[in-house]
Design a protein around this ligand. Structure first.
Ligand code: UD1
Ligand code: CA
Length: 459
């Protein structure tokens, strides 16, 4: 039987244990906020609707979470997880016959399959309410599961637990499925008479259980996923798990990763077959890398496109740029936003480019800055060439046409056009356009004073 389900994500709390000015669930792991990770996961269950309860920094949360299916519910004061669910009463009321999946917004590692298993279990058992539990060696911080007489189940929060109860290893994960009608009946019966003075959603379990409605516990076989993030250290652990998952997926698809523990590749990054990634590489955002590339140690890429057979040598930083097939970049290169390196071009060490298109097979081997330049094919840029693109007020463009040769130590004062196959003599400061196939040299005549050193020493 296929039955509709509504999802409710709790994300109104500040997350005080996280010690941040920013709400906890917006902190990012591998390029995505924790809350987005939870929403993405829930989305895979294809619920009819996804509601997110927001409160603390609600505007920031609404701005950051992108999903066409999401509706936001406002919980003005954060008086506990049950209170958060109560805030959504108005919306849930219209779907009484359905089930709601409630999930804490700080469970970024949970996999869709785990949620699906919970749902299947819930339906197979014909439960009114089912919640997910896990067995943890270190259950500290979690609510603990207790079975009282008559099989009534209770969840005791860490703060309210006795030393004996704290030893219990069966914990509450923070994911629940409940028939909406039963949930709405139970919620008003919950009090805040506990150590935190909060309305605990976990108390619903006991209320429903006491009403002789069928309540069940689904124990997950993947306890590593249930990590609720309360502290920064827990976030680091979650990142490690997600990182391992991403690396597994990439290597399964034919990417070589030499040092998985020291490689960070954001979840949305795509990499083609036979690409090799050396140690300590970071690839962020929506970067795409083609086939048979090589990324050497300490390469850092952000939101960039890389073609096939590209080599990026050590310690190179590339942001919002495009590198086409067979190009070579680095070591120690810096490509800033809107740079395009055309196929077969070579960008060598200590070269910086910004908003520059660098033509096919062109070369800038050493110590160069090109900003706002359009460089055509087969151009040679000598060592130490600098584009002077900024006069303190405006930025100007430099055009270098096909086959031009720029001598070492040249300053190109924009706006400027260097014609086809033109030559610039080394050490020139070029302020005027140079015609095709011309040689331009701008240099003071060399002066030589014989015996000058000796005379100076005598003084
Ligand atoms: C909760 C559970 C605990 C479980 C643990 C799993 C309760 C009472 N306890 O504890 O049994 O083991 O999760 O990680 O539910 N929130 C709101 N509004 C509020 C309060 C919280 O939206 O008024 C949201 C938070 O933003 C968070 C989620 O609910 O995403 C859980 O709240 P949190 O304070 O982290 O609960 P825990 O103490 O971790
Ligand atoms: Ca939590």
């Amino acid at each position: 039987m296929k039955q509709g389900i509504v999802a409710l994500v709790l994300a109104a709390g500040q997350g005080t244990r996280f010690k941040s000015e920013r709400i906890k669930v917006l902190h990012k792991i591998m390029g995505k906020s924790m809350l987005q990770l939870v929403v993405d996961c829930v989305q895979k269950l294809k619920p009819e609707k996804i509601y997110i309860v927001v409160g603390y920094q609600k505007n920031e949360v609404i701005r950051e979470i992108s999903s066409p299916y999401v509706n936001f519910i406002f919980q003005q004061h954060q008086l506990g997880t049950a209170h958060a669910v109560l805030a959504s009463r108005k919306f849930l009321k219209t779907e009484k016959e359905k089930d709601v999946l409630i999930i804490n917004g700080d469970l970024p590692v949970i996999a869709p399959e785990t949620l699906k298993s919970l749902l299947t279990f819930h339906r197979r058992e014909g439960n009114c309410m089912t919640f997910m539990s896990a067995e943890l060696d270190n259950p500290e911080g979690f609510g603990r599961l207790i079975r009282c007489e008559n099989n009534v189940i209770r969840i005791i929060e860490e703060k309210d637990a006795t030393p004996a109860q704290k030893k219990i290893k069966r914990i509450n994960v923070g994911v629940y499925v409940c028939r909406i009608e039963d949930l709405l009946q139970a919620l008003p019966k919950i009090s805040n008479q506990n150590k935190k003075g909060e309305y605990y959603l976990t108390d619903v379990v006991e209320v429903i259980s006491l009403q002789d409605k069928k309540t069940g516990v689904y124990k997950t076989s993947r306890p590593e996923e249930v990590l609720g993030i309360n502290t920064r250290l827990e976030m680091a652990k979650a990142a490690e798990l997600l990182r391992d998952r991403k690396i597994k997926a990439l290597t399964d698809d034919g990417v070589t990763i030499y040092d998985p523990k020291n490689t960070w590749i954001d979840l949305d990054v795509r990499i083609g077959m036979d690409t090799i990634i050396y140690s300590s590489v970071i690839v962020e955002g929506n970067t795409r890398i083609g086939n048979s590339c090589q990324l050497f140690p300490f390469v850092h890429l952000i939101n960039s496109r890389v073609g096939n057979r590209v080599k990026i040598f050590s310690s190179t930083f590339i942001e919002e740029s495009i590198i086409e097939d067979d190009a070579k970049v680095g070591p120690f290169a810096h490509l800033r936003p809107k740079t395009v390196i055309r196929s077969g071009a070579k960008v060598g060490n200590f070269v910086e480019m910004k908003n520059t298109t660098f033509g096919p097979r062109s070369k800038a081997g050493h110590l160069t800055y090109l900003g706002d330049c359009e460089v055509e094919q087969d151009v040679n840029i000598g060592a130490g060439t600098i584009s002077c693109n900024y006069d303190g007020f405006k930025k100007y463009k430099t055009y270098i046409e096909a086959g031009a040769f720029i001598g070492s130590g040249t300053e190109l004062v924009a706006p400027l056009r260097i014609g086809k196959k033109a030559y610039i003599g080394a050490g020139s400061t070029i302020t005027k356009d140079v015609k095709a196939e011309a040689l331009a040299v701008e240099r003071a005549t060399q002066v030589e004073k014989p015996g000058w050193t000796k005379r100076k020493k005598k003084k």
